[in-house]
Design a protein around this ligand. Structure first.
Ligand SMILES: [Zn+2]
Ligand SMILES: [Zn+2]
Length: 344
C-alpha cells in the first residue's frame, strides 16, 4: 500500500509499505480520510529519538472496517468508524477515570504518534479506539477526532464559567478554532469573540456563529477590550488556540478577574504568572489557567453526536495522498483555511 511516512526526523515521503494485518483485538481500516494537524509539524520538527522512524503520520482518522482480528466484537467489514487516537495504558489512575489524555504511564502514546497512523491506504488500530459514525461523510469525520475533540474538551473544562451572557474569546480560527466557534454556538449561550489575523478566517467565524470578530494587529487588546469591557471586567473564558507569544500576551490582557485561560495551541509562547499588588499583574486575580490536551473517548462520542445532529461541520480542503507533503507545507505557510484532509 501507499503510505506517507516520516522516514527520518523532518523527512516526509510517499513510500510503498506492506499492508498491515489486524492482530488480536485489532481492526484493519481502509482509510477514508486523515486530517493534517499542526502537531504533525511539531513531530516532524522534533529532535531525533523523540518519535519512532520510519512512522506513518496521521492521528486524525476516519475509515471503513476492512477486516477484524481475533476476539473483536461489535465491528464488521463495511462499518464506518472514527478513530480515537490516544492509546493510554488502561490501568493508571487517569485511564481508569476515562482520562486517557492524562495517562500517567504512557507520555504521548497514540496512533500516528507512537505507532503507524492514517496517512496511508490502510491502518491497523485497536478495536477499542473505534466509534461508530453512522452515515457521516468520512472527510467530515476525520477532523472531528482532533480538530473537533480538542476544543470540545477545552470547552468542557471551562463549562462552569460559560454561563449564559458571559463572553468567550477564541484566538486562532484555523482547523481547531472554526470548530470551537461552532461548539460554543451549539452548546452555550455565550457571546463569542473570534480573533485572527486572516480576514477569510474571520468571515468563516462570523458565518459559524461568532458574534464579534477582531482582526489581530497592533491594537488587538484595545479592540477586544471595546467588546469585553475594561478591567476588572473582561473575557470570562479565553481559548488561545495558537499559543504564540503575541496571542498569549493578548489572552492574559483581555481576561476578566476570575476568568479562565485555556492554552490549547503549541506555538511555544510563555505565560508569566505573577500575583503582585503594587505593579500591573501579569494575569488578573483569581484567574485559572489550564493546558488541555486532546480529549476523552466519551467526549469524542459527543462531538460525533453534534456532527450527526447537523451542528458541527468541518470546513475542509482535500488533498490526494500523494499531495500530503505539499499539504503540510501549505499548513506551515498558513495557507490552509479550516482543515486540510488527506483522502487516500
Ligand atoms: Zn493533532
Ligand atoms: Zn494510563
Amino acid at each position: 500500500m501507499r503510505a506517507v511516512r516520516m522516514t527520518a526526523p523532518g523527512v516526509l515521503e510517499l513510500v510503498e509499505a506492506p499492508t498491515p494485518t489486524a492482530g488480536p483485538g485489532e481492526v484493519l481500516l481502509r482509510v477514508g480520510a486523515a486530517g493534517a494537524c499542526h502537531s504533525d509539524l511539531h513531530i516532524l520538527d522534533a529532535p531525533p529519538g523523540l518519535f519512532p522512524t520510519p512512522m506513518t503520520l496521521g492521528h486524525e482518522i476516519a475509515g471503513t472496517v476492512d477486516s477484524v482480528g481475533p476476539g473483536v466484537a461489535g465491528w464488521s467489514p463495511g462499518d464506518h468508524a472514527a478513530v480515537y487516537g490516544i492509546i493510554g495504558c488502561g490501568h493508571c489512575r487517569a485511564c481508569l477515570r476515562g482520562l486517557e489524555n492524562q495517562c500517567r504511564t504512557v507520555p504521548v502514546g497514540g496512533i500516528g504518534l507512537s505507532r503507524d497512523g492514517g496517512l496511508a491506504e490502510h491502518v491497523v488500530v485497536p478495536a477499542s479506539r473505534l466509534l461508530h459514525v453512522g452515515d457521516l461523510d468520512l472527510t467530515q469525520v476525520a477532523p472531528l477526532t482532533d480538530a473537533g475533540l480538542t476544543p470540545y474538551h477545552a470547552i468542557e473544562l471551562a463549562r462552569n464559567k460559560l454561563r449564559p451572557g458571559t463572553t468567550c474569546v477564541v484566538i486562532g480560527i484555523g482547523g481547531l478554532g472554526h470548530m470551537a466557534v461552532q461548539i460554543l454556538a451549539a452548546t452555550t449561550a455565550v457571546r463569542i469573540v473570534a480573533v485572527d489575523t486572516n480576514v477569510a478566517a474571520l468571515d468563516l467565524a462570523g458565518r459559524l456563529g461568532a458574534h464579534d470578530v477582531v482582526r489581530a494587529g497592533p491594537d488587538t487588546v484595545e479592540r477586544i477590550r471595546e467588546i469585553v469591557g475594561p478591567p476588572p471586567d473582561g473575557a470570562d473564558v479565553v481559548l488561545d488556540i495558537v499559543g504564540a507569544q503575541p496571542t498569549l500576551d493578548t489572552a492574559r490582557q483581555v481576561i476578566a478577574t476570575g476568568g479562565q485561560l485555556l492554552l490549547v495551541g503549541l506555538a511555544g509562547g510563555t505565560l508569566p504568572v505573577r500575583p503582585v499588588a503594587d505593579e500591573p499583574p501579569t494575569v488578573p486575580l483569581e484567574t485559572s489557567v489550564q493546558v488541555p490536551f486532546w480529549g476523552t473517548r466519551a467526549e469524542l462520542q459527543e462531538v460525533i453526536a453534534l456532527a450527526r445532529a447537523g451542528r458541527l461541520h468541518a470546513d475542509v480542503q482535500t488533498f490526494p495522498l500523494e499531495q500530503a507533503p505539499e499539504a503540510y507545507e501549505a499548513l506551515r505557510r498558513g495557507e490552509i483555511h479550516g482543515r486540510a484532509v488527506i483522502v487516500p
